[in-house]
Design a protein around this ligand. Structure first.
Ligand code: AMP
Length: 150
């Protein structure tokens, strides 16, 4: 696997979890010319990727440090944790930040109450429940305004 040498690459992103979110993200980053690696512990997960995906894939459990080393995490500029398990996302995000000093670490979090855990470690979070609630409130607000005009 030809990757990067000893210094951090400003355009190397590792995505943990090749599910519905990870796949789309990997495809989009790769399409815009980024260097991308996707890790998933289920080999069938990679079937969802587009045939034009130009990045790398690695089968393995991302909580295993040897797997992260195989992905050359020490050279990554960003790690995005989007498995379907908050505990896994928390653990991998902390390893990336603390052990491998990855500059940008972003993590999906299903449980909004866990967000404080991330704040302590300078890890950005995306919480679908919170984003969805905000968007639905916005749509309801717009619908109400339309009703008032009618
Ligand atoms: P989704 O729920 O569609 O966003 O998919 C989440 C993905 O995360 C699935 O493809 C899982 O196989 C993957 N996943 C879950 N746990 C791990 C793990 N420890 N290491 C790597 N991938 C994982």
């Amino acid at each position: 696997m030809e990757l990067f040498k000893s210094h951090k690459n400003s355009d190397y992103t590792i995505i943990i979890g090749c599910g519905r979110l990870g796949t789309g993200l990997a495809d989009s980053l790769s399409d815009s010319g980024g260097n991308v690696m996707v890790i998933d512990n289920d080999k069938d997960a990679f079937r969802k990727m587009s045939s034009s995906y130009g990045g790398l894939t690695l089968i393995g459990d991302a909580t295993d440090i040897d797997i992260l080393k195989e992905a050359q995490i020490e050279n990554a500029n960003a790690v995005v944790c989007v498995t379907n398990n908050d505990n896994t996302n928390i653990m991998v995000a902390q390893i990336a930040k603390e052990l491998f000093k990855v500059k940008h670490v972003i993590s999906r979090l299903y449980d909004p109450e866990r967000e404080c855990l991330y704040r302590e470690f300078d890890i950005a979070t995306i919480c679908p429940a919170v984003l969805s609630a905000n968007e639905i409130s916005k749509l309801l607000g717009n619908a109400k305004k339309e009703d008032e005009v009618e």
